[in-house]
Design a protein around this ligand. Structure first.
Ligand SMILES: N[C@@H](CCC(=O)N[C@@H](CS)C(=O)NCC(=O)O)C(=O)O
Length: 314
């Protein structure tokens, strides 16, 4: 039985990024399907507050954010590499643009009335309403591109990606890198989840051919399990990080051992509270206890997350 448990749901683009990376690295994994909207009591038993999708569980270690999950998977199964030399800085930077700018434009474009109708075609009308209320609450303080602006930007970005594919099968050469997985998942959402909106991809056939190559990578070997089993597994495990860097780097004047909160910079105000047990160049780790899941270490990347001292009530 695999040690890797991915908590995700089928329609989630960031989850598709990780499912394909698992496939690329030919890994076996267990799958827990999480709710798309709040409440998420089983998710929060493991994460301590973070509610976004996906997250990876390895025993009593919880890795939040797809960028950090990719680092963990690269460590566990280095080849084929996600960050090949000599251009790993460029690949990471392109991936970060895709996970933020390209993703936001693709979602603003795809969530047109027709796209939303595709997504909720088989669901009762209350489901669409609950989803849009949930995402509105998550997006407070965010500027979402308006549909016409998103359409222009999406078309430009697709032309740029197409340009990159003029002479090579993948964005940065002969093999996929993290940049391909990150650029693929927002486009996958448009193509597969909101097919009424997928005509935009026909304007760049080279991008469609590349998407076919990416889809052919597959999802590795998946075995279904459930949240109760995953929580029991966490309770029976002792935290043991797979992240290799451990040197303390203090940027906030917050000592290890402090009670802190960590939350995403945008999209979703939920934070996780715990004891800061690592703050390295690349990630934070919090120790926390849960009545059902026991002692857990919850890991976050530095980039995109806000670390604060927890407010005391005394
Ligand atoms: N930076 C995060 C973004 C994750 C994200 O925004 N995921 C979406 C689904 S694709 C989400 O969490 N939506 C709300 C939810 O699932 O509760 C990552 O890379 O994992």
């Amino acid at each position: 039985m695999s040690d890797l448990i991915l908590h995700h749901y089928a329609a989630s683009p960031f989850s598709e990024k990780i499912r394909l990376v698992l496939g690329y690295k030919k890994l076996a994994w267990r799958s827990v399907i999480v709710p798309q909207i709040m409440p998420k009591p089983d998710v929060q038993a493991l994460t301590g507050g973070y509610r976004k999708t996906p997250f990876l569980q390895v025993g009593a270690d919880i890795y939040c954010d797809s960028a950090l999950i990719c680092d963990v998977l690269e460590h566990l199964q280095p080849e084929p590499y996600l960050y090949p030399e000599p251009s790993k800085g460029l690949a990471r930077t392109l991936a970060q643009w895709a996970d933020s700018t390209l993703f936001s434009v693709a979602m603003a474009y795809s969530f047109s009335p027709q796209g939303a109708a595709d997504l909720f075609a088989k669901a009762p009308p209350e489901a669409a309403k609950a989803f849009s209320e949930d995402r509105r609450a998550m997006s407070a303080n965010m500027v979402r591109p308006r549909p016409a602006d998103a359409a222009c930007a999406y078309k430009s970005y697709l032309r740029r990606l197409s340009d990159m594919l003029d002479d090579t099968p993948y964005l940065m050469g002969d093999v996929p890198t993290i940049a391909d997985f990150a650029c693929y998942h927002p486009l996958w959402f448009t193509r597969k989840r909101t097919p009424s909106m997928s005509g935009v991809l026909q304007l760049t056939p080279a991008v469609l051919d590349w998407m076919d190559r990416m889809a052919a990578i597959g999802h590795g070997t998946m075995e279904a399990t459930d949240a109760a089993t995953a929580i029991a597994h966490a309770a029976a495990s002792v935290p043991h990080t797979l992240l290799t860097d451990s040197t303390f780097q203090d940027e906030h004047g917050i000592a290890l051992g402090s009670r802190v909160t960590i939350g995403a910079e945008s999209f979703g105000p939920e934070t996780t509270e715990g004891e800061l047990v690592a703050a390295t160049r690349t990630h934070y780790t919090l120790r926390r206890n849960d009545a059902r899941a026991g002692t857990l270490h919850v890991h976050f990347p530095r980039i995109g997350y806000i670390l604060k001292t927890a407010e005391t009530t005394t």
